[in-house]
Design a protein. Structure first.
Length: 342
């Protein structure tokens, strides 16, 4: 296997476009900041193929955040049971952005990177999400708009859950399980059949409750044995208010000075003693690309201070522009916007 670690307004309102440099090629990533609180950087399949793959012998590997995935580049590979029309079809970028805009939330506070894959992954053939990374698998025929809306909103549901109801937050999961009626661990658990996995039930609840009409054309959820989520008292409000429930517990990141040149100090303030738990502070550019692994370890204080000298991992000075400091800690992600000046 090659996925191995190596080292608040309504969504129907207009989205804000973050302009790329004028010299950027058409296939470069684009970032959308939406009125529903979702900020999504979309990586087109051409960019993924040219910039995020490498050869290992005869195999093409996808590399995202130092994790390797084997890609199936030949439709005739035995692992592809349905050959479709004889080639792979990446999902349409316009349909992806339409699906994101259609999500009806007021303040999702969610930042994601969406990779539109040119080829399926060998180990994970379906689309998937983990933390802020969403990977959209191509079809063996052209993927319909309804399917794209369905898939995108479902995967956004996963990322929303990872950010605002991480597995480590036992209290929130207990409340959700009670509201949803999935408290029996003998039936509903991570190793159960797909429709009985709590993560999948949550993602389907999110899609049903907040996605647009196209994504919900069927009026159903995957698990036909469960009540539809809008029929359960308190469930929609619980899911909608998850960011508010978690916000007070998240570490606060404050860069000073900001804007800055040539360096800034990022102050991390924890709501309580962080305890002996590992964490990582990284810098990303406005397109969601990793720039610097700034710090990792365990903090012995509630007030951690880390300096960034404006340089990338390779030691070169990063160009002026917008960056994001991201702290991963105890199943949560906190971010702060930085402005590096010339």
């Amino acid at each position: 296997m090659h996925h191995i670690s190596r080292l608040g307004l309504l969504a129907s309102a207009a989205a804000l476009w973050i302009a790329l440099p004028k010299a950027a090629a058409a296939q470069d990533p684009v970032t959308w900041r939406l009125a529903n609180g979702i900020e999504a950087t979309i990586y087109p399949p051409e960019y993924v193929l040219e910039r995020m793959t490498m050869r290992q012998g005869d195999e093409l590997l996808l590399v995202i955040d130092d994790i390797f995935y084997g890609l199936v580049t030949d439709i005739d590979d035995p692992i592809i049971a349905n050959k479709g029309d004889g080639r792979f079809h990446p999902v349409r970028l316009d349909a992806v952005s339409e699906a994101l805009r259609a999500i009806r939330l007021e303040d999702a506070q969610l930042r994601v990177r969406i990779f539109v894959l040119p080829y399926p992954r060998r180990e994970v053939m379906d689309s998937s999400a983990r933390d802020d990374v969403i990977m959209l698998t191509p079809g063996v025929r052209e993927v319909g708009v309804q399917q794209i809306h369905f898939t995108v909103s479902h995967e956004i549901g996963h990322s929303y859950q990872y950010r605002w109801m991480p597995d480590a937050d036992v209290a929130l999961w207990r409340r959700y399980s009670r509201l949803r009626g999935i408290e029996d661990p003998g039936v509903f658990h991570a190793g159960a059949v797909h429709k009985n996995r709590p993560h999948e039930i949550f993602a389907e609840d999110f899609r049903f409750l907040f996605a647009g009409a196209v994504a919900n054309a069927s009026g159903t959820i995957e698990n036909e044995d469960l009540a539809l989520p809008h029929a359960l008292d308190g469930l929609e409000e619980f899911v909608r208010m998850l960011p508010e429930a978690r916000r007070a517990d998240l570490p606060l990141l404050t860069p000073t000075p900001n804007p800055f040149n040539p360096e800034t100090e990022i102050r991390v303030q924890f709501a309580a003693d962080p305890g002996p738990r590992s964490m990582a502070l990284r810098i990303f550019d406005a397109q969601g690309r990793l720039v610097r692994r700034l710090w990792s370890g365990v903090s012995s204080t509630r007030d951690l201070r880390v300096r960034w000298n404006g340089k990338a991992d390779a030691g070169v000075v990063a160009p002026s522009g917008v960056y994001f400091a991201q702290l991963d800690f105890a199943g949560t992600t906190s971010t702060a916007k930085l402005m590096l000046l010339e």
